[in-house]
Design a protein around this ligand. Structure first.
Ligand SMILES: Nc1nc2c(ncn2[C@@H]2O[C@H](COP(=O)(O)OP(=O)(O)O)[C@@H](O)[C@H]2O)c(=O)[nH]1
Ligand SMILES: [Mg+2]
Length: 375
């Protein structure tokens, strides 16, 4: 393992930003990201260490009342990896679940620097203008290592982060993508129960994290920038196939003409890659997160997608399928964890692995032998 901080706990008390979230911007306090809900001006540590534990009712009622501080604490509970919090967080989630699901969930992906955060700021402000309550979440499995991207995000969303109708939550430090994904998915549900009806999930274009985010949102937006040469270079074909729309961002100034060319090119690509068999033809659009041009239109596309999907039933079907896949992913994950945790397996694994690596034992037989050790 190359983890630089192998012993660092994933969970830490709410206000302990170092271990818990990736970074808290000074000046974005007041509980906006849920990490500094304590008294104003208090230091990051020490404000909550002996805070009274809340009851299930307090969490549930607080979230349903739309109380930001309670929302933040509920998310912290959900994000916690401490075994002691598991039962309570699941009970709170179970009770919040019937109050979730009304939101439009949009995943936003693209290479670093494409302008996702800037676009989310512009889109988020537009949505608030339309009467929405906007929650911005992030899935960034690299953030606990690099940290920089989250810091960037917070500054790019300066305006949004001051809005009472916006709630911005940085990616939880989680290391493993699976852990981050679980937290983000459950955080999304808590935000919905608190009345947020537009959920924007930003993720970096690392491949696996897009697939993860795609599996938790209704609409998947790929943000690209007009580039020189072969427009399809640099992004994985599979990502284009997953997109419900492509936004060619930075279509401003000198870039406008190139952005138009890129739009045409991606429309051609989408025609082949997403032929619209599910009743939706994915298209490319130009926009500028700077000037705001085309941003409202992106949301019109999302609205149109939803209207069509609700009419045809694909909207609900996708969510049901996502829930099923999610359950199965969790089963796989838990079986695997349980398996590796069995004393008999722990004892025998290294030896059997060595035999397989040395070519003494076929892998299939080895796997069977290990499973045969279980009660
Ligand atoms: N010209 C122009 N620059 C933009 C636009 N959107 C973002 N940027 C710039 O692109 C850089 C990366 O933006 P950021 O939102 O952090 O990208 P992210 O890594 O995809 O989240 C920043 O310097 C932004 O100011 C845009 O619409 N037009
Ligand atoms: Mg960003």
């Amino acid at each position: 393992m190359t983890d630089p901080q192998p012993r660092k706990p994933e969970w830490a008390p709410e206000d302990s930003d170092e271990a818990f979230a990736s970074r808290v911007m000074p000046g974005v306090g007041g509980g906006h990201d849920g990490l500094s809900t304590g008294r104003a001006g208090g230091s990051a540590s020490g404000t909550t260490s002996n805070r009274r534990a809340l009851t299930d009712d307090e969490y549930v009622d607080g979230v349903l009342a739309g109380d930001r501080a309670m929302l933040a604490r509920a998310i912290t509970l959900v994000e916690s990896n401490a075994p002691a919090h598991f039962e309570q967080s699941q009970e709170v989630l179970r009770r919040l679940l019937p109050h979730s699901g009304e939101a439009i969930r949009v995943g936003i992906t693209g290479v670093p620097g494409a302008g996702k955060s800037t676009l989310i700021e512009a889109l988020g402000m537009a949505l608030i203008g339309r009467g929405h309550k906007v929650a911005v979440l992030a899935v960034d499995p690299t953030s606990s290592l690099t940290r920089g991207s989250i810091l960037g995000d917070k500054t790019r969303m300066e305006q949004l982060s001051r809005e009472p109708d916006a709630f911005i939550r940085p990616s939880p430090a989680g290391g493993m993508l699976g852990g981050v994904a679980r937290k983000t998915r459950e955080t999304m549900l808590v935000c919905e129960a608190a009345g947020f009806d537009a959920i924007l999930v930003e993720t970096v274009g690392t491949g696996q994290s897009e697939i993860t985010v795609r599996s938790m949102v209704d609409f998947f937006l790929l943000v690209l920038i007009p580039g020189a040469g072969d427009e399809l270079q640099g992004i994985k074909k599979g990502i284009v196939e997953m997109a419900d729309a492509i936004a060619i961002n930075k279509a401003d100034g000198d870039n406008k003409v190139r952005a138009e060319a890129a739009r045409a090119e991606y429309n051609r690509a989408l025609h082949y890659l997403r032929p619209g068999g599910d009743g939706w033809q994915a298209r490319a659009y130009t926009c500028s997160a700077y000037t705001g041009e085309g941003i409202e239109n992106l949301w019109n596309v999302v609205e149109r997608f939803r209207a069509r999907g609700i009419e045809s039933g694909t909207w609900a079907a996708r969510r049901r399928e996502q829930s099923r896949e999610w359950l199965n992913a969790l089963i796989d994950e838990q079986i695997r964890a349980w398996f590796h945790d069995r004393p008999a397996v722990r004892e025998a694994l290294a030896g059997i692995e060595a035999d397989v690596m040395d070519g003494k034992l076929p892998a299939t037989a080895a796997a069977r032998a290990l499973l045969a050790l279980l009660p």
